[in-house]
Design a protein around this ligand. Structure first.
Ligand SMILES: [Zn+2]
Length: 612
């Protein structure tokens, strides 16, 4: 650790007003300066800074106070050594730090020189941007404000090949240090040049706010040159341990317990600029264990804003494994195809982006929805079996939460060969396959046949009744009626019940996935507009019953009102719960303590609900 003297030197050389000013708008009032407290919500200023004493205090609700280190620690969520280091750099104090030096094999002197070299390069790139209208235009066209350019110290690598080397010479930066810091590259002929030339430059900053590397993006596409390029790994910079934007996002991530991970610098900047502060990006690598460790100290939940293409989903699945190992929940943003946060925000669709955050799905669910959404209704039994064994069952088996898995089973039932016989049948069979109790062998009667007496099964065989479970059929029938009634109500142009349905209906409880899908669609777009949209969906329109309803060939159910709809909604919820409960009971019989606890809790709640 740094010595007592160091702390005092840094404190005495730091102007507390300058440190506080970026966070609090201060007004002078006698010997003190006043502003709105950054640590609690207030309308009248009770936060005071006394520059003579070098101290701050809140005379309002939170009552916090301290010196300049305490302020930086609190406002940026840093440890004391981190706050000290940051202020020391600003104050130009070199810390005596045996322990810091032992953190890496690099001698302290060298680290300081490399930081200085990087800082000089930042200044060069910034001034180069100011004299390059094309680079400025590029950033303006990307929706980046002048204020943001300043805050993120964006720059441009302009000039000739040797302009930057010569600039660094003036600052006494040796060529060797500039290469070590990843700023200059060595040409084949032994000369030094700027690898980022022609690129807009994004300083990559560590948690303490120090520049450790650069990222560059070409402003004009050039053959044989990659669009994006980062500094090479250096003693100060390791891609696998660095997240772009973290120094600014850190507080928001810690406050909300949630981090959003995007794919590029421009996404981070667009998000921050639009007020989504808990956003960071990886730097051209997939997420690593080190990244997860860093985030795990701040948040329990991570949202991935990755491309929804196959590569993106694969990356998300890898990330999920890494984060879940640290008990961090992973969800994936549900963004429209081939869009990213930058494109959504800069085309004025912030609402769509916000919705994709609130509607973020667990990675497994997102993957299953993708699989199910691409199923061709004409798929053969063999193809469906393969799909289940290769794609769906592994995901279901990997889903640990029972309720979640139950929901997924309902979701993918329609991909199952048995679905033609009935959703409930398919769900039960899938459940058994997941548990490995009744593996599916095509062409054999693996599932309990004959549950629907007299009906023709998927393989043409006529089912014979088997006693006890036959009672399930009337139940399912009443659920089917409930579903149709609700769909009709959502199509009703009067829509008196719409408000009630949109708060109380859960389309996931529908036993027939197509009906659930339609209900979900109609909740967003009710009435005729919704019907038109739904008819464009091959799965919904391919369902003959639904098509009839949508085309208005069926008479509306008369006398539909809240009193009719509410019990229908309840019936669906109840059935979905029952399915889950049955599963829980089974698991607790097998000795799963967690399932037993959950089962008892739900049963108790049900009893409580019955006796007011
Ligand atoms: Zn306060």
């Amino acid at each position: 650790m740094a010595t007592r003297d160091d702390v005092d030197t840094v404190r005495s050389r730091t102007d507390i007003l300058q440190v506080v000013a970026p966070y609090v708008a201060l007004k002078r009032s006698g010997r003190v300066w006043k502003g709105l407290c950054p640590f609690h919500n207030e309308k009248t200023p009770s936060f005071q800074v006394n520059p003579d004493l070098g101290r701050w205090h809140c005379f309002g609700q939170c009552g916090e106070g301290g010196d300049v280190f305490k302020f930086i620690q609190k406002v940026d969520n840093l440890t004391f050594p981190e706050a000290l280091e940051r202020l020391a750099i600003k104050a130009g104090v070199t810390l005596t730090r045996e322990n810091l030096a032992s953190r890496s094999n690099t001698p302290v002197g060298e680290r300081d020189r490399l930081y200085a070299a990087l800082n000089a390069a930042v200044t060069y790139y910034q001034s180069s941007l100011k004299s390059s209208p094309p680079a400025q235009l590029y950033l303006t066209n990307r929706g980046i404000s002048a204020e943001t350019i300043e805050q993120y110290q964006l720059g441009f690598a302009g000039g000739e090949w040797d302009t930057l080397p010569r600039y660094l010479d003036q600052f006494g930066v040796t060529r060797e240090d500039a290469v070590r810091a990843g700023i200059l590259a060595v040409s084949e002929r032994g000369g030094h040049y700027d690898k980022l030339r022609g690129r807009v430059v994004f300083p990559i900053v560590d948690v303490q706010g120090r520049t450790v590397a650069f990222g560059g993006r070409l402003i004009h596409a050039e053959p044989d040159r990659p669009k994006y390029l980062n500094s090479a790994e250096t003693p100060l910079f390791s891609k696998s341990k660095t997240l772009y934007g973290l120094s600014r996002a850190r507080k928001a991530i810690a406050d909300g317990g949630e981090a959003i991970i995007v794919e590029g610098y421009l996404d981070v900047i667009a998000c921050h600029q639009a007020g989504f502060m808990n956003v960071v990006a990886t730097l051209g690598t997939s997420l690593t264990e080190e990244h997860a460790l860093i985030i795990g100290k701040l948040a329990r939940r991570v949202l991935l804003a990755f491309d929804s293409d196959a590569a993106g989903v694969k990356a998300a699945q890898r990330a999920q494994a890494i984060f879940e190992a640290q008990e961090i929940e992973v969800r994936i943003l549900d963004m429209p195809k081939s869009e990213d946060p930058d494109s959504l925000i800069n085309s004025g669709r912030i609402d769509v982006f916000r919705k994709s955050i609130s509607g973020a799905l667990p990675v497994n669910e997102s993957r299953l929805r993708q699989i199910v959404d691409t199923i061709d209704p004409a798929m053969s039994e063999g193809e469906r079996v393969t799909l289940f064994q290769r794609e769906i069952l592994p995901i279901l088996k990997a889903t640990k939460s029972v309720t979640e898995r139950q929901r997924y089973i309902r979701l993918c039932a329609r991909a199952h060969p048995l679905y033609a016989t009935g959703a409930a049948m398919a769900e039960e069979q899938i459940q058994q396959e997941v548990e490995g109790r009744k593996p599916w062998i095509p062409g054999q009667k693996q599932y309990s046949p004959g549950r629907i007496a007299g009906k023709v099964g998927w393989n043409g065989e006529v089912r014979k009744p088997i006693g006890p479970r036959e009672t399930a059929i009337p139940v399912i029938k009443s659920l089917h009626t409930a579903e149709e009634t609700i769909i009709q109500a959502l199509l009703d142009p009067g829509l008196e019940h719409y408000a009630m349905l949109s708060t109380e209906l859960d389309p996931d409880t529908f036993v027939r996935p197509n009906y659930g899908k339609l209900a979900r669609l109609l909740l967003t777009t009710p009435g005729l507009e919704g019907a038109k949209l739904a008819l464009e969906d091959p799965e919904i329109a391919g369902d003959r019953d639904l098509e009839e309803i949508l085309l208005g060939h069926r008479d509306p159910i008369p006398g539909v009102n809240e009193d009719v709809l509410r019990p229908d909604i309840q019936r669906l919820i109840r059935y979905a719960e029952d399915q889950t409960l049955e599963k829980l009971r089974e698991l607790s019989r097998e000795g799963n303590a967690q399932a037993m606890g959950l089962y008892t809790k739900i049963m108790r709640e049900r009893k409580g609900a019955k006796t007011p």
